[in-house]
Write a protein that binds this ligand. Structure first.
Ligand code: PXP
Length: 247
């Protein structure tokens, strides 16, 4: 199979929110977020993504501060730009901030920005991040008018919201990638970089990345951590059985 060169390859940024969910379930510091991020980078991931939410139910604001010194790849912080979030991002100064219009009670991000309605707000927030040399990306649906308005607001990139693609792909509908192909082309014409994320997985990532041009980066969390559990399970069970056999 033909492989991409380093220059044309889409970067993988691993979203580590699920690791924090696991840690928080027991109240201690195991698994350790910082060590996990270090290992993920050592395994070749080109970025670490976190999505702190106001209720800090998985990644906490302190995690963002703790992670900053150990990031050797690209640090991407996503979230709704409320005051507390903006202050955090300006303090941590990650390489990229991804603006997501998620409501406080949303289980996960469930829509892209209306960049027309929120044009003035986004312009203001983006210019503040730009002054601080932080790249900005806007989480967005595959709508040409919204992508044009993202460019107008001064964003550096858009992150295409891929849930609909992933759902349709799992149902066998390969044509569902077309709006993403078109959106990526338009974004590129407008001078925007192209990221993508939500429900991307080992099942759909090859097809998606082959069909969507100019794809700079994908951020993947839920499926990647689930797949890691699955592919690691046999090995870990065998290690337990081995240790128990030694007594
Ligand atoms: N991009 C954004 C804006 C998100 O909110 C999320 C989920 O936190 C992702 C990407 C990653 O989605 P998933 O966990 O389904 O890979």
């Amino acid at each position: 199979m033909k492989q991409n060169t380093k220059e044309t390859m889409t970067k993988l940024s691993v979203n580590i929110n699920k690791i924090a969910t696991l840690r928080n379930a027991r109240g201690g510091n195991f698994p350790n977020i910082v060590e996990f991020a270090e290992d993920i980078q050592s395994y070749g991931s080109q970025g670490i993504t976190i999505h702190p939410r106001p209720d800090e139910r998985h990644i906490r604001y302190q995690d963002a501060r703790d992670l900053k010194p150990i990031i050797t790849t690209e640090f991407n912080i996503e979230g709704n730009p409320i005051h507390k979030f903006i202050d955090l991002v300006l303090f941590v100064k990650p390489h990229q901030v991804t603006l997501v219009p998620d409501s406080v009670d949303a289980i996960t991000s469930n829509s892209g920005w209306d960049t027309i309605k929120n044009q003035d707000f986004l312009k203001e927030v983006i210019s503040e991040f730009k002054r601080n040399k932080i790249r900005t990306s806007i989480f967005i649906d595959t709508d040409a008018k919204l992508i044009e308005a993202a460019a107008k607001a001064g964003a550096d990139r858009v992150e295409l919201y891929t849930e609909e693609f992933a759902t349709q792909y799992s149902l066998g509908n390969r044509k569902a990638v077309k709006p993403y192909t078109d959106s990526a082309k338009l974004a590129h014409e407008l001078g925007l970089g192209v990221n993508a994320g939500h429900d991307l997985s080992l099942d759909n990532i090859l097809f998606f990345s082959q069909k969507v041009p100019f794809l700079d980066e994908v951020s993947i969390g839920h499926a990647l951590i689930t797949e890691s559990l699955y592919f690691g399970l046999e090995n870990v069970i065998n290690q337990y059985l081995y240790k128990l056999s030694l007594k």
